[in-house]
Write a protein that binds this ligand. Sequence first.
Ligand code: SF4
Ligand code: SF4
Length: 107
Amino acid sequence: MMAAKFPSKEQLKRKCGWREIPAAGIITRAASALDHKTGSWRAFRPVIDEKKCIQCAFCAAYCPDNAVRFVKGKRTPINLDYCKGCGICAQTCPVKAITMVEEAKFG
Ligand code: SF4
Ligand code: SF4
């Protein structure tokens, strides 16, 4: 069995994408979600058709990462720094305004 290689303090302090994390896990302080740009996990990106959107807020209510929010009666754009591409927003959108598009298509 291989011994786990834990990240150094310097690696923990530095914000990095998941591919750079040296061990299979994140060791960090409490309430540090904003420190980790989990958008780098994304394989698919939600794309919203603004013409179809009826501002129902379902996507904001169900997004597990708060990457899309509802502010002053309007849906915000998706925060790609934190959107993991889970597709829940696309599944919950009642008018199918959200399409999950392969991240590779955005270069
Ligand atoms: S794909 Fe997932 S994480 Fe991204 S906005 Fe939709 S529900 Fe949130
Ligand atoms: S769930 Fe669909 S219709 Fe509702 S706010 Fe989100 S994108 Fe717009």
